[in-house]
Design a protein around this ligand. Sequence first.
Ligand SMILES: [Zn+2]
Ligand SMILES: [Zn+2]
Length: 135
Amino acid sequence: MSDRITGRCLCGDVAYEAEPVSTSIDACHCTSCRRWSGHFWASVNVELSSLRFVRGEEHVTWFESSELVRRGFCARCGSTLFWHPHRHPKHAHAIAVSAGSVDAPTGLRLTAHIFTDEQGDYYGLADDVPKRAKF
Ligand SMILES: [Zn+2]
Ligand SMILES: [Zn+2]
């Protein structure tokens, strides 16, 4: 269990606090995350029950990106904020929060690149963070 994090979208209409499941951040290179975010999408997992909106929950727009998953973004500024497998029988209790939205100091660390078999053809990954072809 980690310290609580706080964060917000670019315009500030949406602000939240939550308790991360761990201090690990995943960077997802799948096609969906790249289209959604504009590049790859880094996030930290939090327990849904710990997520509290400081303001603006009503400004989060949800997009059903697949059968099991919905993605939340700020309706005003478009910041990507949440990835939630809300229809998944086992994983609906957790929600991934955009690493870029977390206020510093985050106390978090990038520990994995995932879905690198779908990464874009326009960049490389030269860091020493472990890479996984799939999840
Ligand atoms: Zn916003
Ligand atoms: Zn992804």
